[in-house]
Design a protein around this ligand. Sequence first.
Ligand SMILES: Nc1ncnc2c1ncn2[C@@H]1O[C@H](COP(=O)(O)OP(=O)(O)OP(=O)(O)O)[C@@H](O)[C@H]1O
Ligand SMILES: [Mg+2]
Length: 537
Amino acid sequence: MPKRANHSRDDLRILASLSDIGAALGGSADLRSAMERMLERLEAARGIVRGAVFLLHEDTGELHVEAGVGIPSEGMRARYRPGEGLVGRVVQSGRPVIVPATAREPLLLDRAFQRKASGSPEASFVAVPIVLERRPAGALAVDFPFSRTRDFQMETHFLSVVAAMVAHALRAQRAIEDERNRLLAENKNLRSELEERYDLSNIVGTSGPMRQVYEQIAQVAQTSTTVLIRGESGTGKELIAHAIHYNSPRAKQPFVKVSCAALPDTLIESELFGYERGAFTGAQARKRGRFELAHGGTLFLDEVGELNLATQVKLLRVLQEGEFERLGGTETHKADVRLIAATNRDLETAMAERQFREDLYYRLNVFSIFVPPLRDRKPDVMLLADHFLIQYARQHNKRIRRIATPAIDMLMGYHWPGNVRELENTIERAVLTCDGQVIHAHHLSPTLQTAESSGTTVQVSLAEAVGEYEKDLILDVLKSARGNRARAARLLGTTERIIGYKVRKYGIEVGRFRGRATPPPSRGRSTVAPPGRRGST
Ligand SMILES: Nc1ncnc2c1ncn2[C@@H]1O[C@H](COP(=O)(O)OP(=O)(O)OP(=O)(O)O)[C@@H](O)[C@H]1O
Ligand SMILES: [Mg+2]
């Protein structure tokens, strides 16, 4: 039985070297160095004197040396066209080539291996194709020391298995690259979408107080100054923080937001500064904090007034020294971030109550922007309403063209405690419930209806609702008929006498529509599309 024992020992050695080569190929994220390791293992396990992996480059259509052992640098720069030389033939035909004695083979170009130049002794050459998606993508070629007794069939088999492993590694790498490119493209798209969204021109409003806000944004955006944005809930503080970032030199770097109120006290520090593995129970891996994630960019501390006192101390340290450590860590990190903080809290009162540190307040309050409540910028109400109308009509695929006058009156009369956010929600709701081309008073939320009828009724009776609707309708038609009652009557399929009666009943001022196709300018831009003949209503 000794022969059989020998045979299986050989098999085992071959299997061991194959698994070794597999490990070398999978052992490095960089495919080129993985292939070099693989060739070195071939040197050790199969005794090759030189070897190379050739890959077909799609851009040049040529074979390049991707990795090599035992070949001079001149050879590393070799190029072959498919079909050219023996390597080119292997790639073109997809079949292995064996040359037992290289010195007598005229087809060997010796471009990569440079045997003649290095005056090396006689060798045997074997090349096998590397096949990817059933197409030859390259070749693995090696030189063995010349020997009459070499088992070329076995060596070719062995190399074919290795070539299949290379193909596998290539496929994995290309998949990763494709994914990376996809993510990069997606990221680029998202970024330009963000830039567009937070472009200054997308902040709506031309009222005096808003103009002052724009001026302040312009003053501070180009600097790295800390900015404190103050104002009631829903006034647009976050929008302004974004606008500052996307108009700053840091625009291409990250904008990272921390909602101080949303995070429990126990988590806020690890969110801000990150932690090292084992910093506390459950910290199983190192985690980077938002300060690190925002490196080079902007960190937006939303609702900074809600930070607990212990975290305020740590934040103050970062602002003063420009550095921080991860929780449980000793390494000091530089904090290269531009800080923008926002709050709707009265920080002065919080300071007096010892809930907000005075020193932190002064650090944050370097440049402050006050965003006025919507009730103090009435001229912006209709601009914003139209802006949201266009936005949500598009989003919900509706062809709504304008807001009816009574609805405008209600929007203008309301005090908007929830500010722009409340107005945005109101318009979205109106768009959703509206089934014609015009937003009427009854599409607005009951809160506004109640406010309009000075809080007398919460529930509107059927008669009242019908009356409101009728009034709306007549107002609209009178408007497009430019105050001409006879035309309005025709458009509504009724008589002039009835129109006259309704006009008196609802106290409609017909004179205000005469000679005007669009509503009075004092109301802002309330027409979404050019007014035309009434549609479905
Ligand atoms: N001037 C504006 N132009 C267009 N949209 C605006 C404007 N102001 C606010 N908005 C919109 O109103 C909504 C609320 O704004 P934002 O979230 O910035 O308010 P906020 O002040 O941060 O509120 P909170 O204090 O409640 O967090 C957002 O959808 C925002 O896009
Ligand atoms: Mg906010």
